[in-house]
Write a protein that binds this ligand. Structure first.
Ligand code: 1GP
Length: 247
């Protein structure tokens, strides 16, 4: 079985990686499989599967299976809650929304899910999830107290705390569909303050935005909306190439 942590680490040694996010609630499993295959052709390294609402173990499992069969890329479940779980994924972000105001999203949901994750034998990738404004749907659902775009020190504090807790990844999230991605200065300051990989996402849908995140130091760049809406493989490749900094 694939070790996703090792795979990510090997890929990140070569440079920034691209993660394509697909929401099982937004299309049929076979269409998610087709999108994943297109992302792979465009150069994507890994598929994240998840959404804030409407995901259940059934559509998650069917989507993960289609993605594996049609793209061959490893998958990471990006959970929207503790009740959707499937052994069809290759790994799961075992994540804490560290700037939530509700203990449910910081630790309680995790305590509920952990025995099931263990029983299913899913590889866990522990991750500190930091919501930056505007935060969008996930900010609302997760009752986040979003970091303001000029509160760079606050973002740095959260990120260092995540590393000190032993989390393997930090994720700076502006929210799916955000009109502005996480600011470059914030990415740079967080990157300079931690030694674990930094994932950045939310509102990245142009080569310029992807390049800006990479140049500021992101180890992984996530695009969701853009992958779902882009039917032009050449445009897709432009964004993925800009994220990775290499064809
Ligand atoms: C959401 O960061 C991801 O969790 C992706 O956001 O849909 O804006 O690409 P977009």
């Amino acid at each position: 079985m694939m070790n996703v942590e090792q795979y990510l680490s090997d890929r990140m040694k070569e440079g920034t990686i691209h993660m394509a996010l697909l929401d099982p609630d937004k299309q049929r499993p076979e269409d998610a499989g087709k999108l994943a295959a297109a992302a792979k052709r465009a150069g994507s390294d890994v598929i994240m599967i998840g959404g804030s609402t409407g995901v259940n173990s059934e559509n998650l499992g069917a989507t993960a299976r289609a993605i594996r069969e049609m793209s061959g890329l490893p998958s990471i479940h990006f959970p929207g809650g503790p009740k959707e779980l499937s052994a069809e994924v290759d790994s799961i972000f075992f994540m804490s929304l560290v700037n939530s105001t509700d203990p449910l999203w910081i630790f309680k949901a995790q305590a509920y899910a952990a025995p099931f994750v263990k029983k299913l034998g899913i590889e866990t990738l522990s991750m500190g999830y930091i919501i930056v404004e505007p935060g969008m749907k996930v900010g609302e659902v997760g009752k986040a107290d979003p970091i303001k775009r000029n509160e760079v020190d606050k973002a740095v504090g959260y990120a260092i705390a995540c590393e000190m807790y032993g989390m393997k990844y930090v994720y700076l999230e502006a929210g799916s569909g955000a009109d502005r991605p996480v600011p470059q200065e914030m990415i740079r300051a967080v990157k300079d303050s931690i030694s674990i990989p930094l994932i950045v996402g939310g509102g990245i849908r142009t080569p310029e935005a992807a390049r800006a995140a990479r140049e500021a130091g992101a180890d992984a760049i996530v695009t969701g909306t853009f992958i779902e809406e882009c039917s032009d493989i050449a445009r897709l490749k432009d964004v993925v190439d800009a994220a990775r900094g290499r064809p």
